[in-house]
Design a protein around this ligand. Structure first.
Ligand SMILES: Cc1cc2nc3c(=O)[nH]c(=O)nc-3n(C[C@H](O)[C@H](O)[C@H](O)COP(=O)(O)O)c2cc1C
Length: 104
């Protein structure tokens, strides 16, 4: 976190506020922001950069230090940078298909 050149903080917006100050609900916020983050992570990796998902607890301080409005809540923190030349990754095996799915 201290070394990366970029820190992307993703906020979810539960509702919008129109020009008269009235709230308008946004639908499928969690799902939409989650999907968008997945595409963003894939794009970061495909561009040759490295990232990981970080969700510090609590995250509320991010709203404060970044001056975000009350209708935005912190969702995900993505440190982004160039992979370390001496970096290592664990040899984690994928689960088999039958461990993650049922075909009916
Ligand atoms: C949505 C999400 C949030 C996460 N937040 C944290 C976190 O706050 N702290 C942490 O140590 N790991 C967290 N993890 C796990 C790490 O991101 C992950 O295990 C680590 O980056 C290793 O990545 P890899 O399993 O793809 O190799 C989170 C994972 C996900 C999917």
């Amino acid at each position: 976190m201290e070394e990366v050149p970029w820190l992307i903080v993703v906020f979810r917006k539960n509702y919008d506020v129109d020009e008269l100050g009235a709230k308008t609900k946004n639908y499928y916020v969690q799902e939409s922001v989650g999907i968008a983050c997945g595409f963003l992570i894939a794009a970061i990796h495909m561009s040759g950069l490295a990232t990981l998902t970080h969700t510090p607890s609590p995250m509320g301080f991010l709203s404060k230090i970044l001056g975000r409005p009350v209708n935005e809540k912190p969702f995900l923190l993505l440190p982004v940078g160039h992979p370390a030349t001496d970096g290592t990754v664990p040899n984690i095996q994928r689960k088999n298909l039958d461990e993650i799915s049922d075909f009916i």
